[in-house]
Design a protein around this ligand. Sequence first.
Ligand code: ADP
Length: 465
Amino acid sequence: SGARIRRAKNKSLPQYLERGVDVKFSDVAGLGKIRLELEEIVKFFTHGEMYRRRGVKIPGGILLCGPPGVGKTLLAKAVAGEAGVNFFSISASQFVEIYVGVGASRVRALYTEARENAPSVVFIDELDAVGRERGLIKGSGGQERDATLNQLLVCLDGFEGRGEVITIASTNRPDILDPALVRPGRFDRKIFIPKPGLIGRIEILKVHARKKPMAEDVDYFAVASMTDGMVGAELANIVEVAAINMMRDSRTEITTDDLLQAAQMEERGMLDKKERSMETWKQVAINEAAMAVVAVNFPDLKNIEFVTIAPRAGRELGYVRVKMDPIKFNEGMLTRQSALDHITVQLAPRAADEIWFGSGQLSTIWAETADNARSAARIFVLGGLSEKYHGITNFWVADRINDIDLEAMRIVNLCYERAKEILHENKVLMDAVVNELVEKKNITKQDFFHLVDLHGSIKPMPPSI
Ligand code: ADP
């Protein structure tokens, strides 16, 4: 895309920017008239001046409403892609579920980046995670969420250059959003994206078939007929699975049969999604237990409030809620050590997978946290916190990028070893937490610390970096 990133001196790389977003409206199928509404939003960017001159108000926010997998994210990207502007995204569940106290500062950081790199689209996935009516959730979790929501309202309202940054949010529950969010000037435009009908499904299958070696006589109508109720994400998956069928049989073209078989598998998959196998429960439990068991060793991360593997509407498998000192975090008072601790915690699932299942059988459920660790390590190095580049503030000229990555890699490896060490020392505790999670799906703060008292070997380890 033609969008350019401005990087101010002494500022780290934007964290929430998605690079290389190159989605166009032609990649989103089955939209019918909705497309016209979205084309108008693109015009707010490309013809902003014209709208302003004629006194037409540009909306601050657009709400894409609809069930998961219908293409809301894809559409938001297509708006950015068509307008040629930067795309910033965050999932609202990230605002609230990871570290209590961090939400508001993330919202602020997100909008600061988007403004510095305007024109841009800010995309907030699963807005309802943070946008529920305030005051409905009791306790500190509720206060935290309210603080985050208030910050979001401030960001939606307050800036010049309206039209330079447009927020698009997705939700499946527009009905439960806080009324303040949908007031004029905020998310004042709602677009409903339903599940695709028969024709829509044919179009979506065809879009995904574009880049695949399809047999000439593929009967898309037949496939669309037997996928009633499925959304774009599932249809895209069907085409992928069909391609794998083809490869397995060493054929060169995807046939109608491949697609029908894949559709049948997808349908079965839909049924078992709610029923996890014992093995999956255990794997998810190990993933979450590892984060909690490692985090409890670290001063800034030890306030574990809740560990869960209960399946939820969103996509994540489970989560660990850690209460962090909000003041420390918001004021940027986190130490170098706690940044390393954070990286170590994010690597714990990968380390646990290796310890419990052996490197021959690694799963991929830790992919996201491992990603978090990598980007956090990079930010650590860019911030001048690593020994190697300590005090150097001006080293991000292109020819040092490689050095930065190498240094980030070194840090990730060291933190990884540290995570493994802690988990090895706490095998008994891990087994206890995993068993409890598999059995009850949730562990409260009290129960967790009870297990830590019984089985834990907790000693803050000195850094080796
Ligand atoms: P949502 O944000 O509504 O949950 P996504 O945009 O994340 O859904 O959709 C996931 C994937 O499913 C997309 O990346 C795309 O491959 C496919 N998909 C979903 N809807 C469509 C559509 N209308 N046209 C083409 N592909 C689609």
